[in-house]
Write a protein that binds this ligand. Structure first.
Ligand SMILES: Nc1ncnc2c1ncn2[C@@H]1O[C@H](COP(=O)(O)OP(=O)(O)O)[C@@H](O)[C@H]1O
Ligand SMILES: Cc1cn([C@H]2C[C@H](O)[C@@H](COP(=O)(O)OP(=O)(O)O)O2)c(=O)[nH]c1=O
Length: 213
């Protein structure tokens, strides 16, 4: 990738039930109010093919899913999503707000499934080149509370059906990544009330917009 993208690339991350959907609405309203041109998308997914891969990844099945197969499907969807949606939007100067991205792979396939981080890093470099999110908004929450919140929002998919220990590892992996690169992550305490969470989000968005010029 020779041409550097011009728009801002923001991702929203966290375990199950941390409030991603609720706060995504807040973020897009905030951007609309500022007149910032943006594309809202999600992973796995974001294109028809990648959404089909999402369905395959999320649906519960009798056949045990090999963790490496899971990892490659996630990155297959990501390659398609990047080339069809994310890179063109950034090149056009738009912000991209993505519900999950590669940090979720480090958290779920790396932390949760225990796959080698170096392998994830190799795939990340192959699929993304030097592209990384400008800012990762990490909603951090004790999985016990997250799973209670998520239980009220419909039937559990294949990931949501994992045991609590899996989600403890997911949370730990997210936090580890944020601690290793604090300037790229905004860790938000999602146990706080919704107005408090959104106040923190607004502050982070203000800072990104200011840096954007
Ligand atoms: N900060 C918060 N405090 C209390 N409840 C919350 C908070 N944020 C979200 N919720 C509630 O938790 C549930 C799950 O939120 P949701 O946005 O669907 O999470 P996710 O998309 O991360 O699964 C919803 O009922 C939502 O209203
Ligand atoms: C992007 C990504 C998601 N996932 C998982 C995490 C989530 O359990 C699932 C989809 O997440 P999500 O969009 O949060 O779905 P929901 O709103 O139904 O909770 O995909 C991975 O395991 N690896 C990845 O790289």
């Amino acid at each position: 990738m020779t041409d550097l993208p011009r728009g801002k690339f923001i991702t929203l991350e966290g375990g199950e039930g941390v409030g991603k959907s609720t706060n995504l609405r807040f973020i897009t309203q905030w951007l609309d109010a500022r007149g910032i041109d943006f594309v809202q998308t999600r992973e796995p997914g974001g294109t028809p093919l990648a959404e089909q891969l999402r369905t395959l990844l999320l649906e519960k099945r009798d056949e045990a899913v090999d963790p490496t197969a899971e990892l490659l499907m996630v990155f297959a969807a990501r390659a398609q999503h990047l080339s069809r949606v994310i890179l063109p939007a950034l090149a056009a100067g738009k912000w991209v707000v993505c519900d999950r991205f590669t940090d979720a792979t480090y958290a779920y396939q790396g932390g949760g499934r225990g796959l080698d981080r170096a392998l994830i890093g190799e795939l990340e470099q192959t699929v993304q080149g030097d592209l990384r999110p400008d800012r990762v908004l990490l909603l951090d929450l004790d999985p016990v509370i997250g799973l209670q919140r998520a239980a009220s929002t419909g039937e559990a998919d294949r990931f949501e059906s994992e045991q609590q220990v899996f989600f403890e590892k997911v949370r730990a992996a997210y936090r580890e990544r944020a601690e290793a690169a604090p300037s790229r992550y905004a860790v938000i305490d999602a146990a706080k009330s919704l107005p408090e969470v959104q106040q923190q989000l607004a502050q982070v968005l203000e800072a990104i917009a200011a840096a954007h010029g």
